[in-house]
Design a protein around this ligand. Sequence first.
Ligand SMILES: *Cc1c(COP(=O)(O)O)cnc(C)c1O
Length: 410
Amino acid sequence: MERALPTHAPMSQWPLRDGELLVGSEPLSRLAARVGQTPFYAYSRPLLRQRVAELRASLPRAVKLHYAMKANPMPAVVQFMAGLVDGIDVASAGELKVALDAGADPAEISFAGPGKRDPELRQSVAAGVLVNVESLRELPVLAAASQELGLPARVAVRVNPDFELKGSGMKMGGGPKQFGLDVELVPEALAFAAREGLAFEGFHLFAGSQNLRADSICEAQCKSYELALRLAGHAPSPVKFLNLGGGFGIPYFPGEQRLDLAPIGANLQAIVERAAREMPAAGIVIELGRYLVGEAGLYVTRVVDRKVSRGQVFLVCDGGLNHQLAASGNFGQVVRKNYPVGVFPVRGTARETASAVGPLCTPLDLLADRMDLPQAQVGDLVVVFQSGAYGASSSPQAFLGHPACAEVLV
Ligand SMILES: *Cc1c(COP(=O)(O)O)cnc(C)c1O
């Protein structure tokens, strides 16, 4: 018997009506007419709201939910998310400005990232946001800014742990890393903070990204908690802030399934109960980017040409890796796999094997490689699902000088 090929997770968050994909209640073709151009990204408010609600229902109430806005920094999205989550995590002074403009409470903004420049650190002190310190060099800069401005420098220490997040698409902790302070250096940083009167608040651990295995996320959260508890013994004051990271993934490729939140919720509940005894002042935070916004976004591009080359069908679209680098496989994938892709409107039952490519002069500009798709013609819309995170802002939009994509929040 033939083994069934692995398939993409169903994109059931996007209903179909009469062959049209619906964005909210609006058919995609009408949305495209309203936007006035292709390519564009569309993000759905109801889907964003639904995702946060699901998380709230699955995680303990005591756990605070932060949005890591680098996943999607569109100002309207950040503003919408700021109204749903408990805090915003920024990775630059540029993102800090967007978060503040969006009305996020500075008390609930934290700033992490390697290579924070001196002016960015000073801006953070002036804004009153929490800085996740990742290098001993940042400490005296923060102390000087605090002195000069007469404001407390709120700091947490981002720790590069001595373990890795198993099954993670992108590892960002464990071993030698540019992120965070190696555990071994943390006592020295804490002693400096105490000596210089920095306002120590807690610890930040982030082990990695795009993980679909609940067991390894739970393991990383437990180990992160243990490590923070050990380090709390060196802290100048009680831990108020304990960011256990995130790394929750979404299904992109055939065979991948949605993350099971139930065991993560139970694991966090156990951590919350331990923390109530062992670090009673600590508010537990998880920070998520992709998981909050990734499934709520579409990348929409139009077929400008349909070519058959030696028997293979190519749908040549008006956008590609210049806007949606990740779907082309060039944003950290080792072996290229197809994102879920669709062609709309669906006119009948005829299907064909086709490749969707962008307009750039490079074979890397590939959105779908020989996929089974509804038969498409020039003018149809090619949709890349799972495009709400690491899309427009993570792609080389200037490459080849095509127009920028539009972005709409619907
Ligand atoms: C990028 C990043 C995140 C968000 O990661 P996702 O995989 O999008 O959830 C969270 N925290 C830190 C420190 C990051 O660098």
